[in-house]
Ligand binder design. Structure first.
Ligand code: 3PY
Ligand code: MG
Length: 254
């Protein structure tokens, strides 16, 4: 487990990551060598199983901290992601303070929470059990997603939940919850995003969001977002393949 990620998150360092959705450890390894501060491994959407995520973690850690977005904000998904060695979790669709408290409880061992105690990769398969258990609560980052109109309405009480280390806004699910799926530039969707942003800044809560490319993320940084995911493995592959091909074609046309 990387002792620095949660510390850096809490002190408001700018942490630039990217999303991994493909079950290819070599891609995780090379992205971990590219200078990102963290990797966002997506266990919610896409096709990644827990076994595949563990292989990605093995390829990227300890070089680069890895945070797993769990399939659901439930105990089974949270304990499994942490037991296979995630440095933190991102819990989707946390719409109220009770859900946020439950997520924190699932991610922290007693006395802070009720995380179930098991032996897996995180605990060195038993060899580093005591050491892991003694530092897991301090080093595990708990990030929740605010991505529903109900979460926006409840943002003040969500931010008061002790143990929430960061908020990652999900503009796409937020737009869907407003009956406007995918319309993330819609004025009402943007208004809700601003409400969450201002509440987080006031609360000194680390705030994150996804942007498809650098141009999309620059304004977020200027607006105080510190936990940013720029692009994703599939987009980077697809875009660079198209760029190389189009450069080649325009060159041979000259
Ligand atoms: C969303 O936009 O819903 C997301 O979860 C982005 O990561
Ligand atoms: Mg989402």
């Amino acid at each position: 487990m990387n002792p620095d990620f949660r510390k850096r998150l809490l002190q408001g360092d700018l942490l630039t990551g990217t999303i991994i959705s493909l079950s290819c450890p070599q891609i995780a390894e090379l992205l971990s060598r590219s200078g990102f501060d963290w990797l966002f491994i997506d266990g919610e959407h896409g096709c990644l199983s827990a076994g595949e995520i563990q292989l990605l973690l093995q390829a990227a850690q300890p070089r680069c901290p890895c945070v797993v977005r769990v399939a659901a904000n439930h105990e089974a998904a949270i304990k499994q992601a942490l037991d296979i060695g995630a440095d933190g979790i991102i819990a989707p669709l946390v719409n109220d303070a009770d859900t946020a408290s439950r997520v924190v409880a699932c991610a922290k061992y007693p006395p802070l929470g009720q995380r179930s105690v098991g032996i897996a990769r995180a605990q060195g398969y038993g060899a580093s059990f005591a050491e892991y258990v003694s530092r897991a609560n301090a080093d595990t980052a708990v990030i929740i997603q605010v991505e529903h109109v109900d979460a926006v309405a409840n943002i003040a009480s969500i931010l008061d939940v002790s143990g929430v280390d960061g908020v990652f806004i999900g503009p796409y699910d937020l737009s869907a919850s407003m009956g406007k799926p995918g319309k993330i530039q819609d004025a009402d969707v943007q208004h809700h995003i601003q409400t969450v942003r201002l509440a987080c800044l006031k609360h000194r809560m680390a705030l994150g969001i996804f942007g498809v490319d650098a141009a999309a993320v620059v304004p977020f940084i200027e607006q105080g977002y510190t936990l940013n995911a720029v692009g994703m493995d599939t987009l980077m592959l697809e875009q660079s393949a198209r760029r190389v091909l189009s450069e080649l074609k325009s060159g041979t046309r000259r």
